[in-house]
Design a protein around this ligand. Sequence first.
Ligand code: B12
Length: 212
Amino acid sequence: MTDLAAALRDLDEDRVHELVDEKLASGVSPIDIIQECHAGIIAVGELYASGQYYLTELMFSGDIMQGVMAKLDPLIAGMAAEGKIIGTVVIGTVRGDIHDIGKNIVVNLLRSNRFKVVDLGVDVHAESFVDMVRKTGAKVLGLSALLNTTYPEMKNVIDALKEAGLRDQVKVIVGGAIMSEAVREFTGADAYATDALQGIDFCKKVYGDPGN
Ligand code: B12
């Protein structure tokens, strides 16, 4: 585990910011910094699951990560390639789930990769996803979820798209640390991602971006 990941795991906020600043100053890319933080936050989740950390620590790790993202977001936005918008992506965290740090990273990376993104936020109902897909004609819908309990809800969104007659015009990608081929199959999604970059690649493929 890197020094940055360990500082995040140990909830040492000052040290986390110090290391992020040092890495930025020495030219490490924001994406690599996010990957390092990811390893730290996964360790926080493990400590929580094993009873060594409580909800307060879980919340604090989220605050630290959001502080890091406040620093990295403008840099990611600055990486935006010039040129035509590739296409539209609708995204949100499904009903019952309020985790949004990872989703927000995906949103920012998509924007910096020339996608127009409609971000519906957290705890989003199936009907809201369906309405927005209909309204925007988006060819990709991204569903974010970090809780096992949301598997049926993701399936529910996809079933609602079918009922609305929209399933054929939109590809659905489910994303989050809990995703796997089994979850993709259960929910009926077209793809899954445990990492933001896999999601960006998928969106580029769907829209046939020649740069991909
Ligand atoms: C911070 C945190 C919180 C914060 C969230 C703050 C926020 N604004 O998001 C708070 C404190 C609010 C919270 C609450 C809860 N949490 Co919580 N939380 C976490 C923690 C530690 C980190 C999550 C995080 O931000 N990761 C960092 C980001 C960068 O990673 P990420 O979200 O995985 O996103 C990346 C990829 O997954 C992917 N991705 C994500 N979304 C999408 C979408 C698309 C379309 C694509 C392509 C890709 C993609 O790209 C991202 C970047 O690479 C995790 C631990 C873990 N292992 O994930 C637990 C964890 C997710 N939480 C957990 C639990 C149990 C809860 C609570 C139920 C606790 C409680 N008793 O109240 C509540 C649930 C509240 C609710 N209804 O949603 C469990 C879930 C267990 C499970 N699998 O079901 C975990 C795994 C901890 C654990 N090991 O027990 N939590």
